[in-house]
Design a protein around this ligand. Structure first.
Ligand code: 4AD
Ligand code: MG
Length: 430
């Protein structure tokens, strides 16, 4: 007998196959059992009618509980009404382990309960679909850069200094010294870009975010490309092509998952370039007209981002930000020192900022001044300043937050569902 997985059942119509997995759900009457069987690759309905199977098996199925592990055999039948196009006529069922009182029942649970049971919640359909979209987005990210001659340059997790401001640093003991968990691999990518031209890193980053919002994790994954001889416009062009590429891949390969998530593909199909590009000044004018209290110099609040997203109905680039709200390493605009050559990409539907990037300050004196102004320890940045001493060139890059991208793709309300084991202000278990 052929052993296979739910994913490949269609190739076995008319044959008897073996599957191994778990009982996802069961509906029974006195005469028939409908098993929802899952094996990780998908779910399929297996049907056992009293008239067709022996009595011992029919009785065994009666007592089979949710999430028990089972090996089953059955004949594959075409069935147009089922989502996978096939059904199974159950032949045998071998119990591997009987699960007693699976905690996640079919009724609704609150988020705390579900997050406490995240190790089990991952098995639920929507969670299963979300992680598979995440996988697709990760693959698209790697392919995009690998196909464009970028070199993967892994950044360290332990760092001696801040990259994105000192207020969200996680401090750890490092032997007799202190170190910080990385907030961003960017500074190291800048070194990499001077060695390889175009590089990227993709890994976990950490921010001690005290805010409890639907967009913030304390541990999240960021992909950060960095390119030598790129100005801000080139950075924006690349970011636009990148986001379109990911959206296309999700639409091409994860339709089934979007269906499970009840995410209307039409909302993603309209995400094609070009995206609008507006200056921070123009954004402030738009926001004030729309009733926001924001003043020039302020950072956008979540309602501001939502407003901008709604206004354009597509992602929108906001560039040339006030120097005070942005990081020390951003390139000062030579025509207007009040602003830096920074860009944020704001996603529609309330998903907010998904990308932050900039052209970097490549002038040694200006950069030294910025480090001082930001009260950063100069010793820790000597290596970084070397990049401006030895062959400094215009360069830039950006960072995309993986979980925010996945949340937007999936239409997920809260970012915590887009990472297998979320880390947040009051959550480090399981
Ligand atoms: O805008 P940020 O802070 O930019 C940087 O870290 C730059 N060094 C990137 C670069 O130019 N190489 O963060 C980039 C993105 C944000 O746009 C957002 O998508 C995500 O990272 N992000 C978070 N995602 C989840 N939880 C948080 N606490 C996040 N903080 C930032
Ligand atoms: Mg940002």
């Amino acid at each position: 007998m052929k052993q296979t997985t739910v994913k490949y059942l269609k190739e076995y119509v008319g044959e008897t196959v073996q599957l191994q997995g778990w009982l996802y759900n069961k509906r029974s009457s006195g005469k028939i059992h409908f098993l929802q069987f899952r094996d990780g690759t998908g779910t399929v309905q297996a049907v056992a009618a009293k008239a067709d199977v022996d009595e011992a098996l029919f009785e065994q199925l009666r007592s089979l509980t949710q999430e028990s592990s089972i090996r089953i055999t059955g004949e594959v039948r075409e069935d147009d009404r089922s989502p996978g196009g096939v059904e199974l006529t159950l032949g045998t069922c071998e119990l591997v382990q009987q699960a007693v009182d699976y905690p996640i029942a079919k009724q609704a649970h609150g988020p705390d309960f579900l997050l406490n049971h995240r190790h089990l919640w991952l098995r639920s359909q929507k969670q299963w679909a979300t992680i598979r979209v995440r996988h697709e987005v990760v693959r698209a990210i790697r392919d995009f850069f690998d196909e464009r001659d970028f070199v993967l340059l892994d950044a360290p997790i332990f760092t001696p200094a801040a990259c994105e401001g000192t207020s969200t640093l996680f401090e750890v003991n490092y032997f007799d010294d202190k170190a910080y968990l990385t907030q961003s691999g960017q500074l190291y990518q800048e070194a990499g870009a001077m060695a390889h031209g175009k590089v990227y890193c993709f890994g976990p980053t950490f921010r001690a975010e005290r805010s409890k919002t639907r967009k913030h994790l304390t541990e999240f994954w960021m992909v950060e490309p960095e390119m030598a001889y790129y100005d801000l416009d080139m950075v924006i062009d690349l970011a636009e092509a990148f986001v379109c590429f990911i959206v296309e891949r999700v639409l091409a390969n994860r339709r089934q998952e979007l269906g499970i998530l009840e995410r209307d593909p039409a909302a993603l199909e309209k995400i094609t370039g070009p995206f609008a590009r507006i200056t921070y000044d123009e954004a402030i004018e738009l926001l004030q007209k729309a009733g926001s209290e924001i003043q020039w110099g302020g950072d956008f609040g979540a309602p501001d981002e939502t407003m901008l997203g709604d206004h354009f109905g597509k992602p929108v680039f906001v560039h040339h930000w006030p120097t005070e709200v942005k990081a020390f390493y951003m390139k000062q605009d030579p025509d207007n020192p009040k602003v830096v050559k920074a860009v944020d990409l704001i996603a529609p539907d309330g998903y907010g900022e998904i990308i932050g990037g900039s052209q970097r300050e490549d002038d040694l004196d200006v950069l030294e001044g910025k480090i001082e102004e930001h009260n950063l320890p100069k010793e820790a940045f000597e290596w970084y300043l070397d990049l401006r001493r030895y062959g400094s060139v215009p360069h830039g890059g950006f960072g995309l937050g993986l979980e925010r991208m996945v949340a937007w793709m999936c239409g997920t309300e809260h970012i915590r569902e887009t990472i297998p084991f979320p880390r947040m202000l009051y959550r480090i278990y399981p």
